[in-house]
Ligand binder design. Sequence first.
Ligand code: GLY
Length: 367
Amino acid sequence: MPSVVNSHNEWDPLEEVIVGRVEGAAVPPFDVAVKANTYPRYWDFFERHGGEPFPEELVRAAAADLDELCTVLKGEGVTVRRPEVVDWSRRYETPDFASSGLYGAMPRDFMMVVGNEIIEAPMAWRSRFFEYRAYRELIKDYFQRGARWTAAPKPTMGDELYDADYPIDAVEERHALAAEGRFCTTEFEPCFDAADFTRMGRDIFVQRSQVTNRFGIEWMRRHLGDAYRLQVLRFEDPNPMHMDATFVPIGPGRVLVNPERPCLDLELFRRSGWEILTPPDSLIPADHPLYMSSRWLSMNVLMIDERRVLVEKHEEPTARMFEQLGIRPIRVGFRNFNSFGGSFHCATCDVRRRGELETYFDHGDPA
Ligand code: GLY
């Protein structure tokens, strides 16, 4: 019997997917980790509204985008599951900090499927401490139907996890620190967001980012064991958070690399004959609100299989790129959802793709 949870890469035929929910979303309290990953033009918004529900009209419009995404996925033959609706504006206090929540809109950040296992990420934002509450009904169900289920060690998120001296306002300094692998999270305890990983069969890639530290990467390496090679990729990016608008595989042997965040570790890909593709610039208008992301959400696509991809309907150059590659773009309006920090890849977590665990790289191992 094939497992109810089974996914080894980003492109095998998609059979079942979780699509997030934006209802109940709250503006995260404006702490150092949030500041490190948001843009100065929105800092006033976070200062004034941290802890409040996101404006209702934004939530309603984004929820409609998600509903449309679900309809399209179902039309393509994919089973869609949704998390619980939670009121994320409720305040909470642990022995180490007080906060309120964010949302259950981005399953990609919270959970990772590796083979038949669901791994809950020990995320670094205090506003995401209780994000698992949106997904537990789903995960219990998958577990009861045979999936493996692991929650990585929950961080305390005490002050020691954050570098109080991190130069939030000094962009040049952040560039220099990023080159040394230093970000706003320390190595006090393991933390990672699942979206800092990308799965390509037996090879899984990860970046050290504002929310994923080396301790978290090491936890994952030992957890995955000998069946996988977990490799750290470095990018010229002063502000990394989530790899899926930076380095996006679109099939066995093809990867999109963000031209503003060059990858410093492409040797394995070149040696293995992978095509390194530069996606076109995003068409998100300069005045479109993007509270928690860059404009590169245009490359945050979801492969339905090697021949079908979800592309935002205004991103015609990206759609044309896929057509030229022989991949059919399925255009879906997602601009309202984009304002919450993600696009199709962020908003989903593929639970089951039809395929086996394979190797796509030449490691030069002895035969
Ligand atoms: N979090 C990815 C980006 O903002 O581009």
